[in-house]
Design a protein around this ligand. Structure first.
Ligand SMILES: Cc1cc2nc3c(=O)[nH]c(=O)nc-3n(C[C@H](O)[C@H](O)[C@H](O)COP(=O)(O)OP(=O)(O)OC[C@H]3O[C@@H](n4cnc5c(N)ncnc54)[C@H](O)[C@@H]3O)c2cc1C
Length: 468
């Protein structure tokens, strides 16, 4: 096999490995979380620090290749692995250091949520991460980032204090509110458009280590009542709690699920508590009283375990597609549509996730970050088609699209949460930011990446190149 010109020089220059088709681990190196993606990049550069990233970008530009960035590999449409292109793979840049005194953590741009959780929880601290612990902090943060702590601590970006960024022209910048403030603003929601983030610094919050979880499960026939109840709980949710509503959840074969209910589709309400056991008990008692569930599971658990509790629902290699929307309210019409459409899914793994937003999330002003959904949104609704194989996914892809279509009139726009984008869809990127934010991002893009080197992402076109 003839190797690509310059690849030996790149190998000699990088401290990390450079992988191409000639390497036996090429297939595992190009794999991403979504089993639907089967792309063949020409070169995968496993960068171990900013100097490697500078060299890799220079190589990609020299070879006129598409350049992508891979953090945790969980982007739905596989933007991290362009066919025939160069992957700047940060999966080995996963170190985390924590300063408990100043309550700050620094992590590499390829760290996973689990990496960050484990290190910060040694000190009883945490920052908002997503609900599946193997997701990458890189993509999650740059698009916003919400999870169990969103009410308590806001989005992940609301806790970003600084970042180390390698720009398209090979500069290594320390970015914060005081240095390159425009870039700092754009990184907080503008995705991977502005450079390769080799390190993130986060503000941490006191969390756990022991927290509380209540899981309540009802049958498909009780969907309307569950979602009405969920709306009430969400509206009154204190900051020290996190809530997730799941429509179409299949009761897992977990020890806490009575054998007769395992595999049954239904509606779930999961309520996490970060205060005392008494506070959590007081939050869940009215749920049980209002609508006795088919089964429930209430337990104290370490925060790191809470962060992993849904991992089995989203294993690596799942075939997945999704559509999302941000809603200002969960109105009766949306509830009626959801309860009607949920049973029409085909894959037991598919579900609709309704994530309430409020508390610390709502305390941040829209213009303070580049986050795509409005801070007036109170729910992110995520139609998740997941299947063990491509055929079953094909059916539920249509289902996810149809539910989304029905909910659009009740939403604040068609953009949704950009981290849940599963198509390379520039209309939805425009719609998510709205014209003013998009134009501001496009101007910043023109300053830091005028040639749109970083374009395999939810792309923002540089203002000077095209119509913003
Ligand atoms: C199973 C699953 C569960 C999820 N749960 C949640 C959730 O609870 N909350 C939530 O907010 N989101 C959630 N997401 C969405 C997730 O935030 C996005 O998919 C995100 O892009 C994943 O980041 P990654 O680094 O793993 O992905 P990658 O595919 O590696 O990266 C995606 C894109 O992000 C950019 N990028 C990543 N890292 C860097 C970096 N260091 N520097 C520059 N650009 C970078 C690149 O443009 C890249 O194409 C979930 C996704 C999945 C698949």
């Amino acid at each position: 096999m003839t190797s690509m010109p310059g690849i030996d020089a790149l190998r000699a220059q990088l401290s990390g490995r450079v992988i191409d088709e000639s390497n036996t681990d090429y297939d595992s190196a190009r794999a991403v979380w979504n089993g639907e993606i089967n792309r063949k990049p020409a070169v995968i550069a496993r960068c171990t620090g900013p100097a490697d990233v500078v060299a890799a970008i220079a190589f990609g530009l020299e070879q006129a290749m598409a350049i992508s960035v891979r953090g945790g590999g969980h982007g739905y449409w596989g933007a991290a692995v362009p066919d025939g292109g160069l992957v700047i793979d940060l999966s080995e840049l996963r170190g985390v250091s924590v300063d408990p005194g100043s309550r700050r953590a620094w992590c590499g741009g390829g760290a996973t949520i689990a990496d960050l959780d484990v290190a910060t929880q040694r000190h009883g601290l945490a920052v908002t991460g997503g609900t599946i612990s193997h997701t990458g902090i890189g993509g999650l943060t740059l698009g916003g980032g919400f999870g169990w702590l969103v009410h308590k601590a806001g989005l992940t970006i609301d806790n970003l204090l600084a970042a180390e960024v390698v720009t398209a022209d090979g500069r290594i910048l320390g970015v914060s509110a005081d240095e390159y403030a425009d870039l700092f603003w754009a990184l907080r929601g503008g995705g991977g458009n502005f450079g390769v983030v080799t390190g993130f610094e986060f503000r941490l919050h006191e969390v756990g280590p022991l927290v509380y979880l209540g899981v309540f499960f009802w049958g498909l026939d009780q969907g309307t009542e569950v979602l009405h109840l969920g709306r009430e709980v969400a509206t009154a949710l204190p900051r020290d709690a996190g809530l997730l509503l799941v429509a179409g959840l299949t009761a897992p074969a977990a020890p806490y699920v009575p054998a007769r209910y395992r595999g049954t589709p239904g509606f779930g309400l999961l309520l996490a508590g970060f205060g005392s056991a008494q506070e959590h008990a007081a939050l869940i008692a009215p749920i049980r009283d209002a609508l006795p569930p088919m089964f429930e599971f209430v337990t104290p658990l370490p925060y790191v375990e809470l962060q992993k509790i849904l991992d089995e629902s989203a294993p690596w290699g799942s075939h997945a597609y999704e559509k999302s929307l941000c809603l200002r309210e969960l109105n009766d019409e949306s509830i009626a549509a959801l309860t009607d459409l949920v049973p029409r899914k085909s894959s037991p793994m598919s579900f609709i996730q309704i994530f309430p937003l409020g508390g610390a999330f709502a305390a941040v002003k829209d213009q303070d970050t580049a986050f795509g959904c409005s801070r007036a949104a109170r729910y992110v609704v995520n139609m998740v088609a997941v299947a063990p194989n491509a055929d079953l996914l094909a059916t539920d892809r249509g289902w996810a699209r149809s539910v989304w279509q029905v909910l659009v009139p009740h939403s604040s726009g068609t953009g949704g949460y950009l981290n849940f984008l599963a198509d390379d869809d520039s209309d939805r990127v425009h719609a998510a930011y709205g014209p003013a934010k998009y134009q501001q991002l496009a101007r910043i893009k023109a300053r830091y990446d005028p040639d749109n080197v970083f374009q395999t992402n939810a792309n923002i076109k540089p203002a000077m190149l095209g119509k913003p």
